[in-house]
Design a binder for this molecule. Structure first.
Ligand code: HEC
Length: 243
């Protein structure tokens, strides 16, 4: 064995060939799972894309570092399914750029958070978690209610997401800031186009308690309320298992 290596080291070509051979074994093992990517990522024809307001909320979620304490991926383990609901499918993160699966849970997983609480609950909880959960360790985010949401750059965010494969149309991009306002102001003239462009299942309502003003809280709550609701696709066996 050592004799072979000794001889190999004396031959430059032999050494190069051996390095390439050994490195390609490692490379193949890394690449092999991608050969089955089509079977791994389930089809979900009903998959909705995020509205501009939800994209803005997602950006705030990233800005505030919520992912440092909250994961968005329920693993296939029994205790996780019992606690959080059906485990996460690959397709559910199809349009998440970057993905926010997370690797640490100081707080609970949020992958199936949508519709679990009311908008008012979220608004009050983010404003000061201790008001609702006295023992909570979560930081307060009181500026979200005070800060007006920036919407003039939303078209650029949508266009950037389109370049990485999210199917936003030219119309969606052109109406991005108008739709962001409309989604959080159901009585306004801007509200009607939102469901037309993003589907009837879109939540169109006042998300925070601050009335007509469009705040960062509106965007973040709109985003939290769609987590886990963008597609009805879940593995057929797992719902029965969870019961
Ligand atoms: C330092 C860690 C930490 C950070 C950062 C953090 N959280 Fe939390 N979060 C927690 C903990 C702990 C709980 C459980 C106690 C509670 O409900 O307040 C929690 C609970 C929650 C819940 C309730 C979940 C449920 O199913 O009951 C939501 C929603 C939530 N956080 C959203 C957020 C958002 C949005 C952000 C970013 C703006 C954020 N959290 C940042 C620690 C954190």
């Amino acid at each position: 064995m050592f004799g072979l290596h000794y001889n190999l080291e004396r031959s430059a070509i032999g050494m190069v060939v051996a390095i390439v051979l050994v490195a390609s074994i490692g490379g193949f093992i890394e690449i092999a799972p991608l050969f089955t990517i089509d079977e791994t990522v389930e089809a979900a024809p009903d998959m909705r894309i995020y509205t501009p307001l939800e994209v803005a909320g997602r950006n705030i979620y990233i800005r505030e570092g919520c992912y440092a304490c909250h994961s968005q991926m329920i693993r296939t383990l029994r205790d996780e399914v019992d606690r959080y609901g059906p485990y996460s499918l690959a397709v559910e993160s199809q349009y998440d750029h970057p993905m926010l699966w997370g690797s640490k849970r100081t707080g609970p997983d949020l992958a199936r958070l949508g519709n679990k609480y009311s908008d008012a609950w979220h608004s009050a909880h983010l404003d000061n978690p201790r008001d609702l959960v006295p023992e909570s360790k979560m930081p307060a985010y009181p500026w979200l209610l005070r800060t007006q949401l920036r919407t003039d750059d939303l078209a650029n965010h949508l266009a950037a997401l389109r370049t990485v494969g999210v199917p936003y149309t030219d119309e969606m991009i052109a109406y991005a800031s108008i739709d962001a306002f409309g989604q959080a102001n159901p009585e306004s003239a801007q509200a009607s186009g939102v469901a037309e462009r993003y589907g009837e299942a879109t939540n169109i309502r006042l998300f925070d308690a601050s009335g007509q003003r469009l705040t960062e809280m509106d965007a973040l709550v709109a985003y939290l309320q769609v987590l886990g609701t963008l597609t009805g696709a879940t593995a057929p066996t797992q719902t029965a298992e969870a019961e």
